[in-house]
Design a protein around this ligand. Structure first.
Ligand SMILES: [Zn+2]
Length: 323
């Protein structure tokens, strides 16, 4: 049997698993990301994780070949803007020290050669793109020829998948809808430094800051806290959740209007807050769409944390097939 090693490299943790050709995911291992310790330490952490994944094997298939010799490729979804062709990190937030310029593909390939007893091809892409590809391959957008997959968590990201391929863009940032200008966000500054962007209001961090702005209460630590207050009946918290969610809906509507995707998938920690968030998001989205688009399916993600691993594996398999 043939297996791919998939890696989801985020700001706080790294997850890894074996994935087969059909999209079955083996046991998932995780380690904390030593993001502040520099790229060399991060890549060594990836190597250690993959060694553990290989030792864990493929338990559902007794008698299968040794996972080490069955591994055909490695797929990595990582935080940061990625040049997929070069396998390098173009830029990243300051969560990671020295991440920009890292030749991640080449370094992972070199550091895993001894583990796998030969070098294997390594595919590197942005983690949100990997997430989008995973939902398109085996998740909520499976079977659709085109999909917009939006992740709403601490930040906001999105990936556009067309015929099984992620749209990367000329500058490696296609799908970054967090930086759309959006009405109602002028009082909040986006992490990119500009006021009025969607991420400043629609992300989890944005929801928290919007609540602080509305209420004068800066003591609520995160979006979860705002949602808990809203659920308990706090009117200002309800307003913050509603307006934050509606901003996401309007932002998605703008992208749907340009791309006309077959399906929209919305996932991430904030999107899982329930109808209190989902209803105003979908209402605002549909209110903005022209009649011919108004029935576009808008679905929650179905894969959770497995989505970026599956997307990373899908790209690894594509690399194998193209060789
Ligand atoms: Zn921005």
């Amino acid at each position: 049997m043939e297996l791919a090693l998939a890696v989801d490299l985020g700001g706080t943790k790294i997850a890894g698993a074996l994935v087969d050709r059909g999209g079955q995911v083996g046991p998932v291992s995780t380690v904390p990301t030593p993001a502040k310790d520099g790229p060399d330490v991060v890549v060594r952490a990836v190597r250690g994780l993959l060694r553990d994944v290989l030792r864990g094997g493929w338990p559902d298939r007794p008698g299968a070949a040794d996972p080490g010799t069955s591994v055909r490729a490695i797929g990595v979804g990582t935080a940061g803007v990625v040049d997929v062709q070069a396998g390098t990190i173009v830029s990243s937030t300051d969560t990671f020290t020295g991440w920009a310029g890292t030749h991640l593909g080449a370094e992972v390939r070199a550091l895993t050669t001894d583990l796998l007893e030969r070098p294997v091809p390594v595919h590197v892409q942005n983690d949100v793109d990997a997430h989008a590809l995973g939902e398109s391959w085996r998740g909520a957008a499976a079977g659709a020829r085109s999909a917009l997959v939006v992740a709403v968590g601490t930040g906001i990201g999105a990936g556009v998948v067309l015929d099984g391929t992620v749209l990367r863009g000329a500058h490696h940032v296609a799908g970054e809808l967090g930086h759309l200008p959006i009405g109602g966000a002028d009082h909040l500054r986006c992490p990119c430094g500009r006021p009025g962007h969607l991420e400043a209001l629609g992300s989890g961090a944005g929801m928290r800051r919007h609540y602080a702005w509305l209420s004068g209460d800066g003591s609520v630590l995160d979006a979860r806290g705002v949602v808990a207050l809203a659920t308990a009946g706090d009117r200002t918290a309800r307003q913050a959740v509603r307006e934050s969610a509606a901003a996401v809906g309007r932002g998605i509507a703008a992208v749907v209007t340009v791309l006309d995707p077959e399906v929209v998938v919305v996932s991430g920690g904030v999107a899982e807050a329930g109808p209190l968030w989902w209803r105003p998001m979908e209402q605002a989205l549909r209110a903005e769409l022209v009649d011919v688009l108004e029935d576009v399916p808008v679905l929650p993600g179905s894969l959770g944390v497995a989505a970026p691993l599956l997307g990373a594996a899908a790209s690894a398999w594509r690399l194998v097939d193209a060789a």
